[in-house]
Design a protein around this ligand. Structure first.
Ligand code: HEM
Length: 452
């Protein structure tokens, strides 16, 4: 049993006899996935998605078609394309009932309209990732969305986040305790994925286990959300989803027999009171177990690159703690990890004078909006002195579905980068990082760095 940190809540009282873990979709398939060792590891050849080199900031000329979703050059450096798109028209038709909105003001005025549904319209095929989370906030519109979000929102209050981040710091100290200064480490995995995964496991009250297979299972699972997925992606996505569910559900079943005081225990208790289905318990737990690490880790990895390329930023982080929040914000603005927000209008809508029919797919590329020169002066420059009102980027989304983990992600990043800046003089790049990327998502495959 773990200590109860939800100080305003009595410890959960779980009646193990009334839990019904049997009602899991595709149970046979998922059980099989639990027994197989998931193979989506760092060693795997994923060259179709890989890009080597530091993150792109250039605004050179954009040649050819605007939105070549699977083109390596577009993926490596989409910003010249976005700049051209913003200049030429407020909304672009990208074929296949898909529209792209790239200007900041248009996104702000249209994205939050109640007709912008997150649900796939009937004519679109449901994919393995989206179907797997159909009983979570990820697939719900208001008003049912609010009920689902209430299941977990009080676990991420500022007061509790302070306590969760203490775990992050302890985990980091443990990790750095066995690191030999001046040797090569994978910055993203060691300083990003590991401590943040352990923190989320603590929030849930689940065992952390090994983070890396979960990380790659999520990557595989989300591949199907690319605009134009490569052949074989459906199966790969299903395998990733199956692995995440198999691993998490095994832990949940142990919890039913041996309850604790984490978020997962509270979800189980809520189910036992008949308020939510077992599927909701599993889907919500998987959602947090897998989303605790990858996105914050990308933010942290990107900041490590900034520290290596701009030692003055690392010095400011060390010596002027008042700059920390703004530095993290500027890293987030220039390095969104979720690259596109997607919505499906339930009624005809006009954006920037362009009529978009109900049932279309609208893409809002975060990278385009975050570098709109009408809002961010000199938008490609890393400038953490921007006034706060000019740093309202969309890296954490906006509106009803805005990121539920943004406060903890920011706090973890500040804590981890603070420890690095305070305990080391410099970060250098040992080898060019490798990213895996689709038009929807980016992750580090490897990021060899040295802390001096
Ligand atoms: C740097 C870190 C992160 C980034 C950049 C990020 C980004 C995003 C974005 C862009 C969305 C909106 C998606 C949409 O509207 O379609 C979102 C939603 C969400 N994020 Fe994050 N995320 C991060 C960290 C986290 C963490 C650590 C958690 C877990 C605590 C989390 C949990 C969620 C959840 C549950 C939603 C759905 C909210 C809803 O639909 O109501 N995120 N995130």
């Amino acid at each position: 049993m773990t200590e109860n940190l939800l100080d305003d809540t009595p410890a959960t009282d779980v009646d193990i006899l009334t839990a019904t873990p049997a009602a899991v979709p595709a149970e046979e398939r998922i059980r099989a996935a639990a027994q197989a060792e998931y193979v989506g590891m760092r060693e795997r050849d994923d060259s179709a998605h890989e890009i080597r080199g530091l993150s792109a900031v250039s605004d050179g000329p954009a040649e050819g078609e605007l939105f070549q979703w699977n083109d390596k050059e577009f993926q490596r450096n989409p910003y010249p394309y976005y700049a051209r798109a913003r200049r030429t028209s407020p909304v672009h038709y990208a074929g296949d009932q898909t529209y792209v909105v790239t200007r900041y003001d248009d996104v702000m005025s249209s994205f939050k309209l109640p007709i912008m549904s997150i649900k796939f319209p009937g004519h679109l095929e449901h994919n393995p990732f989206e179907s797997a989370f159909d009983e979570t906030v990820l697939s719900m519109d208001p008003p049912e969305h609010a009920r689902s979000r209430r299941l977990f929102s009080r676990w991420f209050t500022p007061k509790l986040i302070k306590q969760w981040v203490q775990f992050t710091e302890e985990a980091l100290d443990d990790i750095l305790g066995s690191y030999e200064r001046g040797t090569v480490m994978d910055g993203h995995f060691t300083l990003g994925v590991e401590p943040t995964h352990r923190t989320m496991a603590r929030v849930l009250g689940l065992e952390a286990g090994t983070a890396e297979p979960l990380f790659w299972a999520l990557w595989d699972g989300m591949l199907i959300q690319a605009t134009d997925p490569l052949p074989g992606t459906w199966e790969r996505s299903q395998a990733g989803v199956d692995y995440m569910f198999a691993r998490t559900e095994a832990l949940l079943k142990e919890k039913v027999a041996d309850p604790g005081t984490g978020l997962a225990d509270e979800l189980i208790a809520t189910h036992q009171r008949g308020e939510i289905t077992w599927n909701e318990v599993v889907q919500n737990t998987v959602n947090f177990y897998m989303s605790g690490a990858p996105n914050p880790a990308y933010l942290i990895g990107s900041a490590l690159e900034v520290f290596a390329q701009h030692p003055e930023v690392m010095a400011a982080f060390r010596d002027r703690p008042e700059t920390r929040a703004r530095i993290v914000e500027e890293v987030a603005r220039l390095n969104p990890v979720e690259l596109l927000l997607t919505r499906f209008p339930t009624e005809d809508v006009t954006i920037g004078g362009v009529e978009i029919p109900a049932g279309s797919c609208i893409k809002f590329p975060i990278g385009a909006v975050n570098r709109d020169p009408d809002v961010f002066e000199n938008p490609d420059a890393f400038d953490f002195d921007r006034p706060l009102e000019a740093s309202r980027h969309l890296t954490f989304g906006l509106g009803t579905h805005s990121c539920a983990g943004q406060m903890i992600a920011r706090a973890e990043a500040q804590a981890i980068l603070g420890r690095v800046a305070e305990n080391y003089e410099a970060v250098t790049i040992a080898e060019e990082p490798v990213r895996v990327i689709t038009d929807r998502l980016v992750a580090y495959k490897s990021q060899p760095i040295i802390l001096h």
